[in-house]
Design a protein around this ligand. Sequence first.
Ligand code: OOG
Ligand code: NI
Length: 445
Amino acid sequence: MFVDPTTLRARFAARLSDLYGTEVPAYTTLLTVSGEVNRRVLARDGADAERLGSIERVTAERHGAIRVGSPRELAQVARIFGALGMRPTGFYDLRDAYPRPIPVISTAFRPIDRDELAANPFRVFTSMLVPEDRRFFSADLEERLRRFIDERTLFAPEVLELADRAEAGGGLESADADRFLTLATESFALSREPVDRAWYDELERVSAVAADIGGVARTHINHLTPRVLDIDDLYVSMQARGVEMIDAIQGPPGWEGPDVLLRQTSFRALAEPRVYRETDGSLVEGTMRVRFGEVEARGIALTPAGRDIYDRAMEDQARWSEYWPATERELHDRGLAFFTYRVADEPPAGLPPEAATGVDLVAGGWLVAEPIVYEDFLPRSAAGIFASNLTGTGSTDAGQGGADRDLAWLAERIGRTINVPEELYAAQSLASLRAARERLRQVAR
Ligand code: OOG
Ligand code: NI
C-alpha cells in the first residue's frame, strides 16, 4: 500500500500527539478539556460553531513548535515536513518583538491548499536562532554557538533520505512510511542526553530560548497546541481543574462581534527531569523548564486593510468594538477580511452585470460569502507566548548590531519558496469568486 503525504501528515500528527502526551501529562488534560469545550460550543451554537472549520477538522487540529540553530538544520526540517505536504509559510522576526526580544526568526510549515487543510491542518511553528545578532551574542559566543550547532546531528541520514523520496515520489510504500514516521517522531522526542551545565547556563544568561536551542544536542517539540471553539471557556475550565494558566489570553480580546485572526493562551512551563554534566564531570539529576501547554482559537483571516485596523485596535483594546464592524458581512463589504464565494441557493433570475464586484454580487443576492479561517501566526502573540513561559529575563543590548533578516533571505538560505500568507488567502478568494461567477453563468443558461 502506498501512503500519500496527506495520510503521512495525519499519522505523524497523531504520533507526535501520543509522544507529547507521554512526555507532558498535562497535555492530555488539555485535550480532554478542549474536547469538552468544543462539544459545549457545538451544542450551544449548532451549525454556526462549524463556520470556520468542521468539528472533525477542529478536533484533529494541532500546531507544534520547534526551534533549530542554523539554516542547515532548518533546511533539514523543511525536507521532513515537505514529505508531509507542509510548506514554509510566513516570516516572523521575534528579535524586536513586544514584550521581550527573542533571538530567533521563524516560519511555519503547513499545508497550503484548502482541501489539504480540511483533510489535516497540522502545522509547525519553526524558529531558528540568529547567533550573528550582536544585540544578544558577542562574536566569541557566536563562534562557539555555531561550532556546537554545526557539529550536532538532529536528523539521521536515513530519515532525511526517506523524506526526500516521499517528497519526490508523492508518498512512500507502507513499510518505508512506517519507518519514516518512527524516525521522524523520534527526532522530536525530549533527549535524555546529559546537558553541559556551564554551557547551558552561559547561554541562559543571554536568553532562555538560546539555551533551549544551542545548549542541548537535540531538538524537541516545545509545545503541541489543540484548537478550541471558545478559548474563554477553556481558560476558565482549565483553572477550575487547578491548572495555573498564564495571566492573559494573547491576541485580540473576546467580544460580541466576529473573531479575527488568532487567540492563544497557555499554562506555565513544567519542570521536567534532565541530567546535567557539571564542570567536574559528575552527572547530576536536575530539572529543566522549557516546555508548556498552549491552546488556540482561530478567527477570520484579515486583509492588509483589516490588519491595519487590528494593529491600531490592539494598542487601544479597551475601545476594541469602536474599531470593528459588528458583523461578518460588514467585514466583507469593507474589504477587511478574506472570504470565498458560492452561488446563493436561490439567485435572482438573469445574469449580474459583467462589472459586478464580489460585494455587488453578495448585495444582489447572487453569491454568498464564507469566511476564510486564519491559518497562520501572530508575531506579537508568539513573542508573548515565548516570554510568558520563560524564567529569567536574559540580557540584551538595545543598541546596534541586529542582522537584517527577511523572508527572501530565509528562503534563499533554505533553498525553498516561503509563501506569503496574505497572498495565499487573496488567491484563494479570487479563485473562488471566478469559479462562482462561472457557475452563475451555467445556472442562467
Ligand atoms: C514558538 C512560540 C510561538 C505560537 O503559537 O505563536 C508559537 C516557540 O515557543 O517555540 O508557537
Ligand atoms: Ni504555539
